[in-house]
Design a protein around this ligand. Structure first.
Ligand SMILES: Cc1cc2nc3c(=O)[nH]c(=O)nc-3n(C[C@H](O)[C@H](O)[C@H](O)COP(=O)(O)OP(=O)(O)OC[C@H]3O[C@@H](n4cnc5c(N)ncnc54)[C@H](O)[C@@H]3O)c2cc1C
Length: 444
């Protein structure tokens, strides 16, 4: 049931031919989003890296990327985006029973249910295994009490990937269970948190005597750490089971967003003349992150500023290092080997690229960078006043720029991992991983 990680040469001609024939037969802009995703998911095109018994096609990562691009080129709506497809589906496909796959993964690939990740807690983020949300067994179900935080998309989620402590008397990694948890029940209080971008992408989630059936345990009671590591591996890989939606257009999965019953054709942008626009990278995106900002600097008359030029060169260099590292890793893996720490290095580099992009973007737009709104009407006024249609994108990404250095393991944690696992430096002295969890000193 393992998902393929090796990357054989893409036999894209046959794949594209099969997919295009399928799209010709099945894409219909006049059906609903729910009907379209039902067709896409059951045919294995929504999440093609999943194994065949889990509504996938066991494709490699490059093959899955071809699928996503071709759906976009065809002008059809892509797969249901979100953490269900990205994290929950590959975790359940790897560790769940066939019954669980049919119950949970089917609803993910067909967009019927949306998922959130109930891992982090106020006292357990970097030290995730220190989590203290409790799950106590009672007559075939578990009673859940505790608090989660940073829950992306919690407000719209039907289901949650819940990590809870089922045995506090054993060392911390050994007493954790991974549950497929129903968010829409009494005892689940989702409170949105507004971040500095103005949006409320996250929530804190309070669990008070909430319930989950023993049948919803994935990978066995007290075996949740292995399943959690699979989830985290897909979080770091960023592509999960073959794409976080990809394709073209955008609609939200799940019962709460209200998109499933709407006409699917309304979710794909149209070119003049009513034909679906073909996807392609905008001119200014060529050349990676630096290419985008070169275009912006030229458009804003800042391209001759030596400070801006210096930062653009730096941005280009680190983006190229990232790209070449990726190529090197791909070639090494194709030869059956690995480069320890490369995933962590890539994540650190991404944090740097995002921070530098923020700085150079702000330098280019100057004082206009202080003008920001998430209200579409006010945005129109701002666009007119500044005459700069890219400003909102620049300020929005600047306000989100701290995120990559935190999610999926902070920069400091990545450096620890590189130090300990790649460079072989000594670990910090600790005994919390061998002591029973309830004997480890911690803040109450
Ligand atoms: C955009 C975004 C989306 C997220 N979405 C989700 C989600 O959907 N579900 C979910 O469960 N969580 C989510 N998270 C939470 C994320 O996983 C945690 O924020 C992250 O693991 C860090 O945990 P923490 O915030 O508790 O910080 P802490 O672990 O308390 O860390 C605080 C500081 O101490 C440093 N630190 C901690 N331990 C060490 C150490 N051993 N050595 C050196 N320095 C250390 C950290 O680097 C950091 O600077 C999201 C976070 C972000 C930013």
């Amino acid at each position: 049931m393992a998902i393929r990680s090796q990357e054989p040469a893409v036999t894209s001609d046959d794949l594209v031919a099969e997919l295009c024939a399928w799209l010709e037969q099945n894409w219909d802009p006049d059906i609903t989003v729910g009907e379209w995703w039902e067709r896409l998911g059951v045919a294995g095109w929504a999440s093609p890296m999943l194994p065949e018994n889990a509504y996938g096609r066991a494709l490699s990562r490059p093959e899955a990327a071809v699928v996503s691009t071709e759906i976009g080129k065809f002008g059809a709506l892509g797969a249901p985006a979100g953490l269900g497809l990205l994290l929950a589906a590959p975790t359940i496909a790897t560790h769940g029973t066939q019954e669980q796959i049919d119950l949970y993964v089917r609803d993910i690939v067909t967009g019927k249910k949306s998922w959130c990740q109930l891992f982090s807690e106020p006292g357990a983020g970097s030290d995730l295994a220190g989590l203290s949300t409790k799950a106590v067994e009672e007559h075939g179900e578990y009673i859940i009490n505790g608090q989660k935080v940073w829950t992306s998309g919690g407000q719209n989620a039907d289901m949650g990937m819940l990590l809870a402590r089922t045995d506090p008397t054993v060392p911390k990694h050994q007493g954790i269970t991974w549950f497929a948890f129903d968010m829409l029940q009494p005892g689940v209080d989702v409170r949105p948190l507004r971040e500095m971008s103005g949006h409320a992408l996250f929530s804190e989630v309070f669990l008070s005597d909430a319930r989950v059936s023993a049948d919803a345990v994935i990978n066995g009671v007290n075996n949740g750490w292995a399943a959690a590591n699979t989830t985290l591996m897909y979080e770091r890989a960023g592509l999960g089971a073959g794409g976080s939606g990809g394709g073209f257009g955008f609609a939200m999965p799940g019962t709460k967003a209200g998109h499933l019953d709407r006409r699917v054709g309304d979710f794909v942008p149209k070119q003049d003349g009513g034909q679906p626009a073909r996807r392609g990278r905008p001119q200014q995106m060529r050349g990676g992150a630096a290419g985008l900002y070169v275009g912006l600097a030229k458009g804003n008359g800042r391209f001759d500023d030596p400070n801006v030029r210096q930062q653009l060169a730096h941005l280009h260099i680190i983006s190229e290092i990232g790209r070449l590292n990726g190529e090197r890793l791909k070639a090494t893996r194709a030869a059956g080997a690995d480069i320890p720490g490369m995933a962590n290095i890539a994540k650190l580099l991404m944090s740097d690229i995002v921070r530098l992009s923020r700085d150079v973007g702000m330098q280019i737009v100057g004082a206009q960078g202080m003008l920001q709104t998430i209200d579409p009407e006010k945005q129109k006024v701002l666009d007119e006043a500044t005459g700069n249609p890219f400003l909102s994108g620049i300020t929005a990404s600047a306000l989100m720029s701290p995120a990559p250095s935190i999610y999926g393991g902070t920069d400091q944690v990545q450096r620890n991992i590189i130090g300990e696992r790649a460079l072989g430096l000594p670990k910090e002295p600790r005994d919390d991983h061998i002591k029973p969890f309830n004997e480890v000193a911690r803040n109450k």
